[in-house]
Design a protein around this ligand. Structure first.
Ligand SMILES: [Zn+2]
Length: 101
């Protein structure tokens, strides 16, 4: 995957289009990611003990990695990711400013 945990991404599709958030979890197998505060789904939590109330909590649901674009920490633009190999180490670069990200 071109993105990883901790990356800042811009949402380009869906109800949160135009917002940015940080990736809290990447699931390479399913090409899915979880983004902080994005794609919130309401979840009803049952009371665990007597006397406790059930709650509705909002949690981030996994979304498709194709719905986001990485925001380059160097130039601040939403960009595509390129790769460069330097001394056998693969590095990610921003397609806009060519800096390593
Ligand atoms: Zn850049």
């Amino acid at each position: 995957m071109k993105v990883k945990k901790g990356d800042l991404v811009l949402i380009i599709a869906g109800k949160d289009k135009g917002r940015t958030g940080k990736i809290t979890r990447a699931i390479p197998k399913g090409l899915k990611i979880l983004v902080e505060g994005i794609n919130l789904k309401k979840k009803h939590v049952r009371p665990k003990r007597d006397g406790e109330k059930g709650q509705v909590v909002e949690i981030s649901a996994a979304m498709d990695v194709s719905n986001v674009k990485i925001v380059c920490p160097k130039c601040g633009k939403a960009t595509r990711v390129g790769y460069t190999v330097e001394k056998d180490i693969k590095k990610r670069i921003c397609k806009k400013c060519k800096q390593e990200i």
